[in-house]
Design a protein around this ligand. Structure first.
Ligand code: PLP
Length: 405
């Protein structure tokens, strides 16, 4: 790729001048350069009984009398698995004027002539450079309506970076205070971006779950409200509006591939898509180096396993105990694909070299999953969700160096 084309590509995606501080990052070490991508299907029958139980005893939002009660109900498995599709539609009405409807772009490079049609959902071009602003706004605007005094007291959150950027933006536009907790090894360029935007950031723990628990406790002791990056039905419903937009633009879609970390994003999107058409196949994609939700759904309970470094820093790390995303993923995600670090690197390069779009490693995960399983999708309409663009410049440079021709 020549320098001018690269320069154009790199400038084209800078949605806000402030996001340019991502250039400050240091490279992620690519540890496991596995080449194979395993497609993994398994029987989710073990979850059926639990989910059947979970389907009973539903309450309408309007019946909830206090914010404490709402929080309790919103963390419940029953509410999450049953009503989430409808919640996503309500969330879209709530946030649609605050976010951008992102393009669903046909990819002639990834499609196969007279057979597979591949579309890219460019939420990498969403405000703050990822889909996360959808969930942040839905949480804050929901509380604004039900319990405005909560906004006066402010928020805490925990993040691998993108959710923090999104909360900072949403809190800023609603005039709310925010403290962000990140794990000590958080992607340095995302940390630099947060700090350059004036965020109060506290580093805590080795895994993102450590930072999440710390942020929860801090919220309890300070009277602030904690906004989980995934373990929250309002956040899930807001982030799931990506599914709403996909269905609006391509109702005949056969497969939707989504990167999974804590499972809130895919949970919301899948609940909505299945609510509209149960035949749409939603596939969760994770790096082989960090695959807690995949292992958890396979086991029928949340499995805590350590994560290795991955280019997909946005999705990496453990999942909170009793996360509401677990039953949602178990119920709505049809299948899983794991990818290796080399595949993620190749995918990020592929999108830059063909469409001249910058994506971060987490977005490369869905592209990698498709590229390694092209035959499986033959004759179908496939959407690959590009979930974020916030890649550190040094990481991008390493990827380009790897792909010198
Ligand atoms: C770019 C990107 N993609 C995907 C995810 C995964 O979202 P979830 O944790 O809801 O599964 C994240 C989470 O931070 C992210 O930043």
């Amino acid at each position: 790729m020549n320098n001018i084309a690269l320069e154009t590509a790199m400038n084209g995606l800078a949605l806000e001048a402030t996001m340019n501080v991502l250039a400050l990052g240091t490279a992620i070490n690519v540890l496991a350069l596995g080449t194979a991508v395993n497609e993994l299907a398994f029987d989710t029958e073990m979850n059926d009984i639990a989910l059947e139980t979970a389907m009973n005893g539903l309450a309408l939002e309007t019946e909830w009398s206090s914010i404490e009660e709402i929080d309790t109900r919103r963390y419940s498995m029953e509410h999450a698995t049953q009503n989430l599709g409808e919640e996503v539609a309500r969330a879209y009405e709530r946030i649609r004027t605050r976010i951008w409807k992102t393009p669903l772009m046909f990819s002639s490079y990834l499609s196969v002539e007279d057979s597979t049609q591949v579309y890219l959902k460019l939420d990498s071009e969403q405000i703050t450079g990822s889909f996360k602003v959808r969930g942040a706004f839905n949480k804050i605007l929901t509380l604004k309506k039900t319990s405005p005094e909560v906004l006066t007291r402010g928020f805490t959150t925990a993040s691998t970076g993108n959710h923090g950027l999104a909360c900072l933006y949403a809190c800023g536009s609603c005039g709310c205070a925010l403290e962000i907790f990140c794990r000590e090894g958080v992607c340095p360029s995302k940390l630099a971006a947060l700090q350059s935007l004036g965020a109060t950031v506290t580093l805590y723990g080795q895994d993102c779950v450590d930072a999440e628990i710390r942020a929860r406790h801090t919220a309890e002791s300070t009277g602030r409200t904690y906004i989980s990056p995934y373990n929250d039905v309002d956040v899930m419903a807001g982030n799931g509006t990506v599914g709403y937009e996909i269905y609006e633009d391509l109702p005949e879609v056969d497969y939707v591939l989504v990167a999974v970390g804590g499972g809130g994003f895919i949970g919301g999107a899948a609940a909505y898509l299945k609510h509209r058409n149960p035949n749409i196949q939603v596939i969760g994609c994770q790096p082989r180096n960090s695959k807690v939700m995949y292992e958890s759904v396979k086991a029928g309970h949340i499995v805590h396993e350590p994560s290795l470094d991955t280019l997909s820093d946005g999705t990496s790390g453990d999942v909170e105990d009793k996360a509401v995303t677990f039953p949602v993923c178990a119920r709505y995600v049809d299948d899983w694909i794991l990818v290796g670090e080399q595949e993620i690197s190749d995918a990020v390069y592929h999108i830059l070299n063909t469409h001249h779009k910058i994506i971060e490693g987490s977005a490369g995960v869905t592209v990698a999953a498709y590229l390694a399983n092209k035959d499986r999708f033959k004759g179908s309409k496939v959407v690959l969700v590009l979930c974020g663009a916030n890649i550190a410049t040094d990481t991008l440079r390493n990827i380009l160096d790897q792909h010198k021709t």
